[in-house]
Design a protein. Structure first.
Length: 365
């Protein structure tokens, strides 16, 4: 293999694909990036057997060929070269890299043993606004679980219902649902959260993303980069039964003011695993946030609130302060609604737009 390529194009492609290159037991080649020519194109690819990222860039190819190169070394090396043309040439199991003032030889592994890259043969596809996709991913991935013993909860559920496409995730303690786009297609896929994190990282300034999918695989086409991932096998939980349709208490407050007092309460709640008490007083029209600890002391902050309650008794619930702040930062609009039925019932948080719902399970205290 022998070719010439622009440094900035190669560096960008290597940075895009390199993060998924991770060696596994018995397969050190997975720590490498695959370089393969096809006419006047250079394919740069990496996979961890769960997700594959492939980038195709233009090159002046003199000799066709392929090789795999240590991902971290090649990425860091190319990123530090001057912005000019770079020549890549293979010599058996070595890659020679040369440009103005630099000549290097990198020990590599022949491409014959590299795993076959997934074929993007999905028949079903849809197009999504890149901005809306990024927003929905960011609003759901943060509540997905890291518990690999429950793999379904480590992903985000992408599905269609009633002509609308949704993204949903939960870790068992909180749940987030984001409306994506209107769609008449039948979609049902649990996408690993790690895959979606890569999608967000590589979206850049794109305006539209094409998504192709089938029973066990999904591909995101991002300009000259494709991300193909296995789907998580299983059936997602019937989460809609957890969302209250009617509540005994509904509290509406200024979102920015609420965030401020929750942040203050969180400072005192570190000793109690972040647990804070939310209390609404229908008579005084005040929402109070309290945190009490034996070592640090206690704190109470109050803001004005519009409280609709069945009765005049104060309503109270204990929540994890980090979970609450995560939800508040995802909601849009100046006001937020907090809805619940009692101190042990799920708490529903809504913004001013109807496209996002967030549920937090209360802390038993």
């Amino acid at each position: 293999m022998k070719l010439t390529v622009k440094q900035d194009n190669l560096a960008k492609a290597l940075n895009a694909v390199g993060r998924v290159a991770t060696a596994k037991a018995g397969m050190p080649i997975l720590a490498n990036i695959l370089l393969r020519t096809n006419q006047n194109k250079l394919t740069i690819a990496a996979t961890n057997l769960e997700v594959a990222i492939i980038s195709v860039i233009g090159a002046q190819v003199k000799e066709q060929g392929a090789i795999t190169v240590p991902a971290r070394l090649l990425t860091d090396f190319i990123s530090n070269l001057p912005h000019t043309n770079i020549t890549l040439e293979t010599d058996e199991s070595k890659l020679k890299v040369s440009t103005e003032g630099f000549k290097s030889t990198i020990n590599s592994i022949l491409a014959d043993d590299y795993p076959a890259l997934p074929e993007s043969d999905e028949k079903d596809k849809l197009k999504v606004s890149a901005e809306e996709l990024k927003k929905s991913i960011n609003r759901t991935v943060l509540v997905s679980s890291n518990d690999t013993t429950r793999p379904i909860l480590t992903g985000v559920y992408l599905y269609s219902q009633g002509g609308q496409l949704y993204m949903v995730a939960t870790d068992g303690y909180r749940l987030a649902e984001s409306q994506l786009i209107k769609s008449k297609q039948d979609v049902s896929a649990i996408i690993p959260s790690s895959t979606l994190a890569e999608v967000v990282r590589l979206l850049g300034d794109l305006t539209e993303v094409e998504v192709k999918y089938k029973d066990d695989q999904i591909t995101f086409l991002l300009d000259n980069v494709s991300i193909t991932s296995r789907l998580i096998d299983g059936k997602f939980i019937d989460y809609r039964q957890l969302i209250p349709t009617e509540t005994n208490y509904q509290i509406t407050v200024e979102r920015a003011e609420f965030i401020k007092i929750v942040k203050v309460a969180e400072l005192f709640a570190r000793e109690s695993a972040g647990s804070i008490i939310i209390e609404g007083n229908p008579t005084d029209k005040l929402l109070s946030v309290r945190s009490i600890t034996s070592q640090l002391g206690d704190n109470t902050s109050s803001i004005e609130a519009d409280i609709v309650a069945k009765g005049t008794e104060p309503c109270m619930v204990s929540l994890n302060s980090k979970f609450l702040l995560d939800a508040l930062n995802c909601l849009e609009g100046d006001k937020v609604r907090i809805m619940f039925n009692g101190k042990l019932a799920p708490v529903l948080l809504l913004g001013e737009k109807p496209d996002y719902r967030h549920i937090i399970m209360p802390v038993k205290s």
